[in-house]
Design a protein. Structure first.
Length: 232
């Protein structure tokens, strides 16, 4: 076979490859409108067409196709894994929201500095006692920062519970409303501020799909589920 005939053959096969590629593109036009990604089926069709119509004077290196196909498989696998993770995340989010609704109507103990007092009611809480502390001093203030009551609680164990009976320092009943709490641990002649945990009544829950976090809407305000240490 002469060079001219080979060149002629190459031109014909190149034209055939272009026509086949155009046919493959038209076949997948419907999917291309919704996604520009090359599927494995599209790749195999183009690969087969190119192999059938390659220039005999410059045959394509088969390793190149193997590498391209391996890369396509990796990308496809990563995409499938991403879809699986998204599906799993959605399922976990739904489960978290469902579990959160089970807390509605319950009382939870969570980190916080303020809680709502009902008329004639009381507020309970707890404190993680630091080592060496012998007692706790609890201060209660109103929304304007005015001191309402102060009382001492013996430190027992690693966690000590306390209850404010809803009265002022004079013994009168405090009006219903939101009150602030601060706790100091007393030991070795010093006082150390510690973060109180207060009791909250759960009224509803809110799920944030952006952060996948659940917030409890309580009688004392919004409480992150992550801050809850006990459900009563």
């Amino acid at each position: 076979m002469s060079y001219n005939s080979i060149a002629s053959y190459s031109a014909q096969t190149a034209a055939a490859a272009a026509a086949a590629a155009n046919s493959a593109s038209n076949t997948s036009a419907g999917s291309a409108n919704s996604s520009l990604a090359l599927t494995q089926s599209d790749f195999l069709q183009l690969l087969t067409t190119q192999l059938q119509n390659q220039d005999p004077t410059q045959p394509t290196n088969p390793s190149q196709f193997v590498n391209e196909f391996a890369t396509l498989s990796e990308v496809s696998g990563i995409s499938n894994m991403s879809n699986s993770i998204s599906s799993l995340t959605g399922s976990m989010s739904s489960a978290q929201l469902l579990n959160g609704t089970n807390l509605i109507g319950h009382t939870v103990i969570a980190s916080g500095s303020s809680a709502a007092l009902a008329s004639g009611g009381s507020i309970t809480g707890a404190v993680a006692v630091p080592a060496g502390a012998g007692s706790l001093t609890v201060q209660v203030t109103d929304s304007s920062g005015q001191l309402v009551d102060t009382f001492a609680v013996p430190a027992t164990g690693t966690t000590t519970a306390f209850t404010w009976n809803g009265t002022t320092t004079s013994g009168a009943a405090a009006p219903a409303g939101v009150y602030n709490f601060s706790v100091a641990a007393n030991g070795n002649g010093t006082q150390t501020a510690v973060t109180p945990q207060l009791a909250y009544q759960v009224n509803s829950v809110t799920f944030d799909p952006t952060s996948n976090s659940l917030t409890l809407n309580t009688n004392g305000g919004s409480v992150p589920l992550s801050s809850v240490s006990q459900v009563m």
